[in-house]
Design a protein around this ligand. Structure first.
Ligand code: HEM
Length: 546
């Protein structure tokens, strides 16, 4: 009897103690007298990892906007029971980003013994991270972007072919799907030195690796990432992979094979693998600690697996906006064509780098839809918040809400409006530098920034020069985002219509009579079911001087 009553009281008391403990944990910021966003449930400010409807990007955005609205310089939120600090004041954001003495990049905890591919920048901490970062940064400097331009441009061939074949069949484009193929080709070509659209390793299509990788971005992985974020010590025990074991092993083997082949045959190519080889040789000559084959393979692997999702997201959202903003699309096309004309009717590296409006359109896309909506730092020694008597403790997690800052009406009035001129030289000067952080900032800043910009600029110039994009009937302007995806992604596929612009038709149309133009229009219209926007696009093509 006694045992039963002890057991019953244990069953009743234990959950109560647990709930009281959670409540106490959720008072952390109140005890520190730091303003905070009220936890909404047992899970703190986050949602249950078993049932996510909004996603962390939404929570981090709303937390920033709420704290900003309350005019406080900083605040706290709870990732389950883990307190996270969020700077709001731009000076404070700047010091946290710059003060590497107090804050360092937050590497996801990883299972050091088992996770070979996780021994990469995202996963490393401390000195190993610093060393690897210095080596890898030099790769991006070495591979001057100009040298990579031809490889990136080459990948445009299969992209145009892919879109053309869909357009011919009268199908709208699932933009993310199409852009993913392109981005996988680009990173495969530039990171691993594979020819675009190529077959490698016993006839297995390389692109399939990428397709499989995106399909493995499962909710289980998202659950694991949640655990690694809220409880790093438990996270260390979890072995997460971006890819199934066989796929990971195949990729690592391919990378090692490429490295060996190159070294043995003395092949040289303009890509990251080449830089890895040079770096290794240089280290050997200087008797420094060289990168091991496993380290090289791990870094090349991470460039590949992490190097295509964010650029795909950026290009997809950009095309979505251009399809809904025809005037912006036309202005951009004019600029692209003007620069092509100035460079012998060619798309050149210098040309795309000089295009100012293109730059503005890309920045506005990265502002409205930051592919990585927030980034992290961790406090490594007690930090007294300037002008307050508050100290951030060692180990505290710091969240920089790029998505919140980039939707702050103080810096970007009417933030949901897509307005590229916000990024004109004059407008930029009216805002603090940290009001735009799509690639992060400071010592942990994105290593692939220049490469991504090259890729996005080349792709958009090619596409806008060749097609007019308009929304399909199923595409709505306001997007909802996938809650479990770490990279910003639309919940519903973005479906656009693309119409090939033939310079030839346009030129011809100028010489046609009114009735001949109308005849072309009617003929093309009756081809297949078209939406009103399709007709408008067609009309603009046939009547360019309208
Ligand atoms: C539009 C495309 C991209 C966006 C918006 C983006 C954004 C970011 C952000 C916000 C961070 C965290 C920065 C910080 O903590 O301050 C980051 C880190 C990183 N990114 Fe990117 N990224 C993009 C493309 C790429 C590509 C193509 C690569 C590789 C080829 C890459 C490799 C990395 C690496 C290795 C890190 C970790 C750096 C470190 O911890 O030292 N990124 N990225």
């Amino acid at each position: 009897m006694l045992v039963i009553s002890l057991f019953v009281s244990f069953i009743v008391v234990l959950p109560v103690i647990f709930l009281l403990y959670i409540k106490w944990k959720h008072k952390y910021w109140a005890r520190k007298r730091v303003p905070f966003v009220k936890p909404t449930s047992f899970w703190g400010n986050t949602e249950s990892p078993f049932k996510q409807t909004l996603g962390l990007q939404h929570i981090v955005k709303e937390a920033y906007l709420e704290l900003k609205h309350r005019r406080v310089p900083h605040g706290g939120i709870y990732l389950f029971t883990k307190p996270a600090y969020m700077p709001i004041d731009t000076e404070l954001i700047k010091s946290i980003i710059q003060d590497s003495e107090y804050f360092r990049s937050y590497g996801f905890s990883h299972n050091g013994k088992k996770d070979l591919p996780n021994t990469n920048l995202f996963a490393m901490n401390g000195d190993p991270w610093k060393n690897a970062r210095a080596k890898l940064t030099s790769i991006f400097v070495r591979n001057r972007m100009k040298q990579l331009f031809d490889s990136v441009l080459e990948c445009g061939g299969p992209l145009i072919h892919n879109i053309d074949s869909r357009v011919k069949k009268g199908r709208s484009l699932d933009v993310k799907e199409v852009m993913l193929s392109y981005a996988i080709d680009v990173i495969g070509s530039c990171a691993l030195g594979l020819e675009s659209n190529s077959s490698v390793d016993s006839g297995v299509k390389f692109k399939k690796y990428g397709d499989q990788l995106t399909n493995t971005n499962s909710s289980l992985n998202s659950f694991y990432s949640f655990i690694k974020l809220v409880a790093p010590s438990v996270g260390k025990l979890i072995y997460t992979r971006k890819a199934p074991m066989e796929l990971e092993a195949s990729l690592i083997n391919i990378i090692k094979k490429i490295l060996n082949d190159r070294k043995m045959k003395g092949i040289s190519r303009n890509d990251f693998i080449q830089s890895f080889i040079e770096l290794e040789q240089e280290a050997r000559n200087n008797e420094q600690q060289k990168l091991t084959m496993d380290e090289v393979a791990a870094q090349a692997y991470v460039f590949f697996v992490d190097g295509f999702e964010a650029p795909t997201a950026a290009i997809t959202f950009l095309l979505h906006e251009l399809a809904h903003n025809i005037v912006i699309q036309d202005t951009l096309r004019e600029e692209i064509r003007a620069y092509m004309k100035a460079y012998n009717d060619k798309l050149t590296y210098d040309g795309i780098m000089e295009m100012k409006y293109l730059d503005q359109v890309i920045n506005e896309t990265l502002r409205k839809y930051p592919p990585i909506p927030y980034f992290n730092r961790v406090c490594i020694k007690p930090y007294k918040v300037p002008n307050t008597d508050i100290t951030i403790n060692e180990g505290t997690h710091v969240l920089i809400s790029s998505v919140g800052i980039q939707h702050d009406p103080e810096y970007y009035p009417d933030p949901e409006k897509f307005e590229p001129t916000r990024f004109s030289d004059e407008e930029k000067q009216t805002r603090p530098a940290v009001s735009f952080l799509p690639f992060g900032e400071g010592s942990g800043m994105c290593i692939g920034q220049q490469f991504s910009l090259l890729e996005i600029k080349t792709c958009i110039s090619l596409l806008i020069n060749n097609y007019r994009f308009s929304p399909s009937c199923s595409d709505s302007y306001n997007l909802e985002f996938e809650p479990t995806s770490l990279v910003l992604s639309s919940k519903k596929p973005i479906q656009l219509n693309a119409m090939k612009i033939s310079e030839h038709i346009t030129r011809m149309a100028l010489k046609l009579t009114e009735s001949e133009r109308t005849e072309i229009l009617v003929r093309q219209y009756s081809d297949r079911q078209r939406t009103f926007d399709d007709v408008r696009v067609l009309f603009d093509t046939v009547y360019p001087d309208r």
